[in-house]
Design a protein. Structure first.
Lengths: 494, 508
C-alpha cells in the first residue's frame, strides 16, 4: 500500500488541533510551536505532492478510495488533478504563513489555533474530495469555524454582525447547492440504478440537457457565493474586515477559492451542458464583479475594506475565466486562483501588521510606514504589482489568458473588464503612497516598531512564489492545463 | 568569447539586474561603494553593446544575435530577442546614457541603494523593449519599466512629485490598456506572439480565427491600429496626450529626467517603427494625415508652450514635445508613401532624431539639474547674467542649447533636415507648418539661454553664501561624452546613418 499522502495532509491540521487542545491554556509557547510544526509538516507534504504530480500522465493522482456508507453510495475518495494540486499547495502556504503571522495572539491562542486548524482541514478536504458527499462534509467543516474565529477573535466593532452575515450567506449557499447535488444523486439512481456520490461516476451520468439547465444555477451559484460572485459578494468584505489577520488570510486566500473550485468541480464538471447554457449570464455577472469591485475598492478608506473589494474584483476574474469554458480562460482562472490566494494573503498579513502597531486601518490616518517597516513595504508593493497585473509577476501570467479566453467569446466584455486594471493601479498606488511614504501622523510617532523575523519569513515566502511564477510560468501553467483538458473533455469540446 | 557572442543580448539585458542584486547585498551606509558599483556595473552593458555594435553586420537583412527560449508555452509566447539596425541604435543609446545618468546621480544621498537598484531595473526594462521580437515580451518590458520610474519620481522627486508620479503611472498604464487588449486579440487569432510571424500574418489577414464571427476584420484592424497608436502616442508624447510629460519631467530627479527624455520617450517612437508600420501598413497609410496633424500640433504647440514657461525645467520638458514631433512627422511621411525614396529619407531622419534628441535632451536636463542643485530654484526670472560667474557652465549650456535648436554642424540639424527633406514632397502643408514651428524652437531656446546667462546680472548669486559655484569635474565628465557625440554626429553622421539607413531599407 502506498503512503496515503492526501489523507495525511487533510487530517494533519485537525489532529494537531485536537492535540493542541490537550495543552493547558497558559502554555502558550508550546501551543504555538506545535501549531507551527504541524503547519510546516502540512506545507512540506503539499510541496511534495505538487512536485511529484505527474503532469504528463495528467488525470487524478494520489487517489485513495474507501467505502464509508456503501448502502447510500457514500465513500471516502480523494485525489488531485491539475486544477486542485496548486490549490493544495496554496492552502499549505497560507496555513504556514497564517501561523507565523498569528504568533502574537495573546487571547486564548490554544483555541484559536485549534479552530484555525479545523478550518484548514476542511479546506484541504474540499480540494482533494472526489466524492460529492465528502465534499459537502468538508465544506461545512471549513465554514463553521469561521463563525467562531470571527465572533471571538474578530474586530470588536463589527464581529458579531459580520460573523452572522457570513455564516448565513454561506449556509444558504451551500444548502442551495446541496439540493442540486441531491437532485443529481437521485436522478443518477433513477437512470442507472446506481446509488453513488462518487464524482468520477457522476461525471459519466449523462444527465439530460433539461435537467442540467434546471439545476446548474442552483449548484453553481450556491458555491459561487463563497467565491464572492456579484451580487452575492456582500458578506465577503464585511467578513474580511471583522476577521483577525490569519483568518482574513485564510478567508480571502483560500476560502474564496473553495467556492470557485467547488462551483467548477460540481457545477461545471458535473453539469457541463448546463454550464454551456448559462455561460453568458455567468460572464455578465463576473464582468460586473470585476469592474464594480474595483470601483468600490477605489472608494474605500479602510485598508481591509479596500482589499476585500479588490478580492471581489479579482475573484470576478476567476469567474470570468470559468465562464469562458475554453482552454485559455479556464487555465487563467486556475492560475489566478493561486495567484490571488497568495497575493491577498500577503495583503491581509501586511495590513494586520500595520493595524497591530497603529491600531487603525484608515488610510487617511496612516503614513510613513516605509522607514520603520521596510520589509512590509516591499511585500506590499510586490503584492500591489501582482494585483495590478504587472508583467513579471504571477497576476499577469494569470490574467492574460483569462482575457484571451474572453476575447474568444465576447470582445466587449474583455474591453470593459480591462478598465479594472487601471482603477486597480490607481487605488493600489495611492494606498502605497499614503500608508508607506507620506510623513507619519504625529500621534503614531514613536509607537510603530518593525515587523519581527516570523513576519519576515511569511512575507518572503509568498513574495517569492509570486515572482517565481511571474518569471517562469511553466512551473505552474502546464499542470493547470492538464486539469483544464479534463474539464474540456467533459464539456464535449476538443 | 563564444559564450559572449552567443548570449550577447541576454547579457546586455540582464547584467543591470545582476548588478542591482549585487548592490542589494552591499551595506546601505557605504554610499560611495554603492555608487561606484552601480557606475562600473552599468559600464559593462555599455562595453558589451559596443561589442554588439562592431560585430553587427549591417549588410545582412533581418535580425541578428537572435536568441529564443521557452517562456510561456501555454499561450505560445517565447522569449525571443534580436536586433536590427533600428534597435541596435536604441540599445546603444540606452546603455550609453545610463552610466552618465548614474554618474549624474552621485549627488543623491537619500537611500542611495534603493535609488541605484531602481535605476538599473529601469535600464533592463528599456533594453528589453528594444530587443524583444515577441509581442508579449515587448509588452512585459514595456510595462515593467513604469514601476522603477514611478518610484524614482515618487521618492526622489521635487515638491509636487506625488501628483506627477501618479499621473505618469495612470496615464501610461491607461494608454497601454488598448495595446494590451490588441496584443491579446492578436494572440487569440494567430496563436503566436512571435513578431516575425505576425509581420507576415497580420497585414494579410482576411479573417479572424477564434474570434466571434460578428467581428468585421477591417473594423478590428482599424480599432487595433488606434489602440497601438494611442499607447505609443502617450509615450512619445504626441499632442494631445502629452500632459503627463511636463509634470513628470519637472518633478523627477535630474537623472530620472535624463533617462525619461533620453530613452523612455524613444520607446513610444520605437513602437511606431517596430510595430505599427510593419503590422498596420494599410491603416498607417490611411491615417498618415491624422498622424502628421498630431505631429505638427506637437511641434507647434510644444514650441509655444515651451516659450511660455517660467520654469527652466518645464521649458526643456516642452521642448521634448516639440522635438519628438519631428520623429512622428517622419514616421507619418513614411506611412503615407511607404517604399519611396522620400519615405526612406524621412525615416532615416526620424530614427537619427530619436538618437539625437536622446543626447541633447539628456544634456539639457542635466544642465538644468546642475544649476538647480546650486540655486534650489528653476525659476527663469530668478537667474540672469550668470555667464561671468560660471563661464564654463555657460559655454556648455550654449553648446547643448544650440544642438537642441538645430544649429548646422551639430547633430540636431542633420536629423531635422532629413525629416523635413523626406516629408516635404509627401506632406507639404504639414511640413511647411512644422518648419515655421522651428522658428519658435529657436525663440524658446534663446529665451532660456538669455534668461539664465545674459542680461543684467542677478547680484543675489554673485556674493556670500549664495555665490554660484562653477560646474565641477564630475559634472563635466557627464557632459563631455554627450558633447563629443553631438559634435561628431553633427560633423560626420555617416557612421550611424549607414546602420540606420540599411535597417530602414530592409524594413520598409
Amino acid at each position: 500500500m502506498t503512503f496515503p499522502i492526501l489523507s495525511v495532509i487533510v487530517f494533519t491540521p485537525i489532529v494537531a488541533g485536537a492535540f493542541i487542545l490537550l495543552f493547558p491554556a497558559e502554555r502558550k509557547t508550546e501551543v504555538r510551536v506545535t501549531a507551527l510544526a504541524a503547519a510546516t509538516f502540512a506545507l512540506l507534504l503539499s510541496i511534495w505532492v505538487y512536485f511529484s504530480y505527474d503532469s504528463s500522465a495528467a488525470g487524478y493522482q494520489f487517489q485513495e478510495s474507501y467505502s464509508w456508507l456503501p448502502a447510500l453510495g457514500i465513500g471516502y475518495h480523494v485525489g488531485v488533478d491539475g486544477m486542485s494540486t496548486p490549490l493544495v499547495l496554496l492552502t499549505g502556504v497560507v496555513m504556514f504563513t497564517g501561523v507565523l503571522i498569528s504568533w502574537g495572539i495573546e487571547d486564548r491562542p490554544r483555541e484559536f489555533f485549534a479552530f484555525l486548524f479545523i478550518l484548514a482541514s476542511g479546506v484541504f478536504g474540499v480540494f482533494v474530495a472526489l466524492d460529492l458527499f465528502q465534499l459537502f462534509f468538508f465544506y461545512e467543516i471549513a465554514v463553521f469555524p469561521m463563525y467562531l474565529l470571527i465572533a471571538i477573535w474578530g474586530w470588536i466593532k463589527t464581529r458579531e454582525y459580520a460573523a452572522m452575515k457570513l455564516t448565513l450567506y454561506l449556509f444558504i449557499g451551500s444548502v442551495v447547492s446541496l439540493v442540486g447535488a441531491l437532485a443529481m444523486y437521485w436522478t443518477m439512481y433513477q437512470n442507472t440504478g446506481i446509488l453513488t456520490f462518487d464524482m468520477l461516476q457522476l461525471e459519466q451520468a449523462n444527465f439530460s440537457e433539461q435537467f442540467q439547465i434546471l439545476w446548474f444555477p442552483f449548484v453553481f451559484l450556491g458555491f459561487a457565493v463563497l467565491g464572492g460572485i456579484w451580487p452575492f459578494h456582500n458578506w465577503s468584505p464585511d467578513g474580511h474586515v471583522a476577521a483577525p489577520t490569519a483568518v482574513s488570510m485564510f478567508h480571502a486566500g483560500v476560502l474564496m477559492k473553495l467556492g470557485a473550485f467547488a462551483a467548477l468541480r460540481v457545477g461545471i464538471m458535473l453539469l457541463p451542458l448546463g454550464a454551456q447554457h448559462w455561460s453568458g449570464w455567468l460572464m455578465a455577472l463576473a464582468g460586473i464583479a470585476v469592474v464594480y469591485g474595483a470601483f468600490i475598492a477605489f472608494m474605500q478608506d479602510d485598508m481591509k475594506y479596500m482589499i476585500g473589494f479588490s478580492s471581489v474584483s479579482h475573484m470576478g476574474l476567476v469567474m470570468l475565466g470559468l465562464s469562458t469554458l475554453n482552454t485559455n480562460g479556464l487555465t487563467g482562472a486556475g492560475v489566478q486562483m493561486f495567484s490571488h490566494g497568495v497575493m491577498t494573503a500577503l495583503f491581509f498579513a501586511v495590513t494586520g501588521m500595520i493595524y497591530d502597531r497603529a491600531h487603525t486601518r484608515q488610510i487617511s490616518e496612516l503614513g510613513g510606514m516605509a522607514k520603520i517597516m521596510p520589509f512590509a513595504m516591499v511585500g506590499f508593493i510586490i503584492g500591489g504589482l501582482v494585483s495590478m497585473g504587472m508583467p513579471g509577476f504571477s497576476g499577469f501570467v494569470a490574467e492574460f489568458p483569462i482575457f484571451m479566453g474572453v476575447w474568444e467569446i465576447n470582445p466587449w466584455v474583455a474591453i470593459i473588464a480591462s478598465i479594472s486594471i487601471v482603477i486597480t493601479a490607481a487605488y493600489i498606488m495611492r494606498n502605497i503612497r499614503d500608508v508607506f511614504f507620506r510623513p507619519m501622523p504625529e500621534n503614531l510617532e514613536g509607537h510603530i516598531t518593525d515587523v519581527n523575523i516570523l513576519d519576515k519569513v511569511a512575507i518572503v515566502t509568498v513574495c517569492l512564489l509570486m515572482v517565481v511564477i511571474g518569471l517562469a510560468p511553466s512551473i505552474m501553467v502546464p499542470m493547470v492545463q492538464t486539469g483544464v483538458e479534463n474539464i474540456l473533455r467533459l464539456l464535449g469540446g476538443v | 568569447m563564444d559564450f559572449i557572442n552567443n548570449y550577447l543580448l541576454s547579457l546586455i539585458l540582464f547584467l543591470p539586474t545582476l548588478v542591482a542584486l549585487v548592490i542589494f547585498f552591499l551595506p546601505k551606509d557605504e554610499m560611495k561603494l554603492i555608487r561606484w558599483t552601480a557606475l562600473v556595473g552599468s559600464l559593462f552593458p555599455f562595453a558589451l553593446s559596443l561589442v554588439l555594435w562592431f560585430s553587427f553586420n549591417s549588410n545582412v537583412e533581418g535580425f541578428q544575435f537572435e536568441e529564443k527560449y521557452i517562456w510561456y508555452e501555454a499561450i505560445n509566447s517565447t522569449f525571443h530577442l534580436g536586433v536590427d539596425g533600428l534597435s541596435l541604435t536604441m540599445v546603444l543609446l540606452t546603455t550609453f546614457l545610463t552610466p552618465l545618468a548614474i554618474l549624474a546621480s552621485f549627488g543623491i544621498t537619500d537611500r542611495v541603494k534603493a535609488y541605484m537598484m531602481l535605476f538599473l531595473f529601469l535600464e533592463m526594462g528599456m533594453l528589453g523593449v528594444f530587443m524583444s521580437l515577441d509581442l508579449l515580451i515587448f509588452f512585459v518590458f514595456w510595462e515593467i519599466g513604469l514601476v522603477p520610474m514611478y518610484f524614482l519620481i515618487n521618492q526622489w522627486g521635487s515638491a509636487n512629485r506625488d501628483y506627477a508620479s501618479l499621473k505618469f503611472m495612470i496615464y501610461t498604464m491607461g494608454g497601454s490598456l488598448g495595446l494590451l487588449l490588441a496584443v491579446q486579440m492578436l494572440g487569440v487569432v494567430f496563436g503566436t506572439y512571435d513578431l516575425l510571424s505576425l509581420y507576415e500574418l497580420w497585414p494579410n489577414a482576411t479573417s479572424l480565427a477564434n474570434l466571434p464571427a460578428w467581428l468585421n476584420v477591417t473594423t478590428v484592424k482599424t480599432v487595433a491600429f488606434w489602440a497601438f497608436t494611442i499607447a505609443f502616442a502617450v509615450k512619445v508624447p504626441l499632442w494631445p496626450f502629452h500632459t503627463w510629460l511636463p509634470d513628470a519631467h519637472t518633478e523627477a530627479p535630474t537623472a530620472g529626467s535624463m533617462i525619461l527624455a533620453g530613452v523612455l520617450l524613444k520607446l513610444g517612437a520605437y513602437g511606431f517603427l517596430r510595430l505599427i508600420l510593419p503590422l498596420y501598413p494599410e491603416q498607417a497609410q490611411t491615417f498618415a494625415g491624422a498622424l502628421a496633424f498630431l505631429a505638427t500640433a506637437a511641434i507647434v504647440f510644444g514650441a509655444f508652450a515651451a516659450y511660455g514657461q517660467t520654469d527652466f525645467k518645464r521649458l526643456v520638458a516642452y521642448s521634448s514635445v516639440n522635438h519628438m514631433g519631428f520623429v512622428v512627422l517622419g514616421i507619418a511621411a513614411a506611412a503615407a508613401a511607404s517604399g519611396t525614396v522620400h519615405a526612406t529619407i524621412a525615416l532615416n531622419g526620424a530614427i537619427l532624431q530619436m538618437f539625437n534628441h536622446g543626447l541633447s535632451a539628456a544634456g539639457m536636463f542635466f544642465l538644468v539639474g546642475v544649476i538647480y542643485e546650486r540655486t534650489h530654484t528653476r525659476d527663469l526670472s530668478k537667474f540672469g547674467g550668470l555667464f561671468p560667474l560660471v563661464p564654463v557652465y555657460g559655454g556648455i549650456l550654449i553648446f547643448t542649447s544650440m544642438a537642441s535648436l538645430g544649429l548646422p554642424g551639430l547633430n540636431g540639424f542633420i536629423s531635422e533636415f532629413l525629416v523635413v527633406r523626406g516629408a516635404w514632397p509627401i506632406l507639404t502643408t504639414y511640413t511647411a507648418i512644422s518648419m515655421l514651428g522651428l522658428l519658435f524652437t529657436g525663440a524658446y531656446i534663446l529665451k532660456g539661454v538669455k534668461n539664465v546667462l545674459h542680461g543684467p546680472m542677478n547680484e543675489h548669486w554673485a556674493h556670500g553664501e549664495h555665490k554660484l559655484t562653477e560646474i565641477n569635474f564630475r559634472e563635466i565628465v557627464v557632459m563631455a561624452p554627450l558633447m563629443v557625440l553631438i559634435l561628431w554626429i553633427g560633423v560626420w553622421p555617416a557612421w550611424i546613418l549607414d546602420v540606420i539607413n540599411k535597417a530602414v531599407v530592409y524594413l520598409f
